[in-house]
Design a protein around this ligand. Structure first.
Ligand code: ADP
Ligand code: GLC
Length: 487
């Protein structure tokens, strides 16, 4: 099958979170299953710089008033998957991040920047594509790719089967109504059954209305988003389309996340051998200015810092954690007040709490290797990748039972410990007191080294390789295509 995979970020070209990890790994896993996959993404300066074998393959003119636009064919730096980069300097050639400027404000022209992503995806999906390569499947991710199926609907004519994946329903790409005309979409589609959402244009709603299939990144989140507590206003539409909504759990790229081959570590180790982990823990404590104490349980956070990630709950539970003799190491960026509160906690607890505000890929790996527990009290978590990576590093997740966390972590209870199936610690309610109680349970098991070792071994032995998830997407694509033939 020919698959056009559309994403606004792709590891290792540019990354702000888990979407980039997925877009860097799933297309490659599909190629390994024998499919012909191309990734389409915006030509940010970082991406143009990192891509290899670049050559211009089409001049797309000045679409949507965005500026001169060319299409560059290239390859991901590992040579793995063909890339298509949209080279539109007026839209993408600037400093800052993919969605925001350096001060953390959304780029004001985001509707045009990502309208262009959807528009190009739609152009490349038609028989008239300048590439001469017509996809069977158009697979878009998140709101940034959301308009592609809407453009195809507006233009009519033959089109590929379309799949849209929701990585986080809280981000919807909502813009004022006049964006509809700016992007050349017909007003006839600006209705309650179409593009309109609370008096504006919603890119994510466009994806959910006009795609043949909707997927999200865990089975539990697929159910949760059909309820008001998690659906962010789109629960009605999703429940209406329930037959076309599937949850497919993400995988882990063990080429990037494996302590026995990880180039970021002081000392590589086999998850089953505890000495290697201890060496990484002492090195991490040294790097971050924590007391060098191999016996103190070390909790880590590698995360965006916001309330969805439950970071306020963690701050409230910190005195309990530290009171139990544990340490905490945080690397993250996010809401200014949470960044400030974590920094204040570090200042008040020198040697016990260390906080690095910022984005640091190498440190994220060293924390996974040096930590004992990964703290992830998310109120909502579509899938979550860090807990899946943590398993392989022998770092045990402490999580709220929601979304992909519920689908990946097995709580340590009397029964699961006896059966040898426990892989972490799970609490039921997103409250500080539930988290405190869970942390106490985790620390007390940490003090029983034989028990802890068994849980670590069970956690590390699990296999979340992408192959299995890619196989599920393959089946979904194939079912869509055979349903079309049947029509
Ligand atoms: P989300 O996509 O919601 O941010 P995930 O758990 O799916 O959450 O993915 C987060 C990804 O981003 C992981 O690869 C994690 O290592 C990485 N990450 C998050 N924050 C940082 C940071 N401050 N520095 C480096 N990597 C980070
Ligand atoms: C989103 C979600 C996260 C998920 C990631 C990749 O950023 O917040 O839970 O793992 O996408 O699908």
């Amino acid at each position: 099958m020919r698959v056009l995979f559309v994403s606004s970020e792709v590891y290792p070209l540019i990354k702000t979170g888990g979407l980039a990890d997925v877009a860097g790994a799933l297309p490659r896993a599909l190629v390994e299953l024998g499919h012909d996959v191309r990734i389409l993404m915006p030509g940010y300066p970082q991406a143009l710089e990192a891509a290899t074998d670049k050559r211009e393959v089409a001049n797309l003119g000045v679409p949507l008033g965005a500026g001169e636009t060319r299409l560059i064919e290239a390859r991901t730096p590992d040579g793995g998957v063909p890339l298509l980069l949209i080279d539109c300097p007026a839209a993408y050639a600037r400093g800052g991040g993919p969605y925001q400027d350096g001060a953390g404000h959304d780029w004001p022209d985001n509707p045009v920047r990502f309208g262009l992503l959807g528009w190009v995806a739609a152009v490349l999906s038609q028989p008239t594509t300048p590439l001469g390569w017509v996809p069977d499947i158009l697979h878009g991710n998140d709101w940034q790719a959301g308009l592609a199926p809407a453009f195809l609907h507006a233009w009519g004519g033959p089109r590929p089967a379309t799949v849209s994946t929701i990585h986080n329903i809280a981000y919807q790409g909502r813009f004022p109504a006049d964006t509809v005309a700016r992007l050349g979409l017909p007003w006839s589609m600006y209705t309650m059954e179409g593009l309109e959402f609370w008096g504006g244009l919603s890119f994510l709603k466009a994806a959910l209305v006009y795609s043949d299939q909707i997927t999200t990144v865990s089975p539990t989140y697929a159910r949760e988003i059909q309820t008001p507590a998690f659906g962010c206003g789109l629960e009605g539409l999703l429940a209406h389309r329930a037959a076309d909504v599937t949850g497919i759990l993400n995988g882990a790229d063990y080429g990037v996340w494996d302590p026995s081959s990880d180039p970021h570590l002081t000392q590589r180790y086999q998850p089953a051998a505890p000495e290697g982990k201890l060496a990484n823990k002492l090195a991490l404590q040294g790097e971050l200015g924590l007391d060098r104490d191999g016996g103190a349980p070390l909790g880590i956070v590698v995360s965006r810092l916001n309330d969805m990630k439950g970071m306020d709950l963690l701050l409230a539970a910190l005195p309990t954690l530290i009171g139990q003799g544990a340490q905490l190491a945080v690397v993250g960026t996010g809401d200014a007040h949470l960044e400030a509160e974590f920094q204040a906690a570090a200042q008040a607890n020198p040697g016990r709490i260390a906080v690095r505000i910022g984005y640091d890929e190498g440190l994220a790996h060293r924390m996974q290797a040096g930590g004992d527990m990964l703290l992830m009290p998310s109120r909502a978590e579509p899938c979550g990748l860090t807990q899946i990576y943590a398993f392989r590093y022998g770092t045990l997740p402490v999580v709220h039972r929601t979304g992909g966390l519920a689908d990946t972590v097995v709580d340590s209870t009397y029964d699961t410990l006896l059966a040898g199936t426990a892989t972490g610690f799970v609490f039921e309610q997103p409250t500080a007191s539930a988290l405190r109680w869970c942390l106490e349970r985790a620390v007390s098991l940490y003090r029983q080294p034989e028990q802890w070792r068994r849980i670590r071994l069970a956690a590390a032995a699990q296999d979340f390789a992408w192959r299995r998830s890619a196989e599920r997407y393959r089946r979904l694509y194939a079912a869509l295509l055979s349903a079309r033939e049947g029509r």
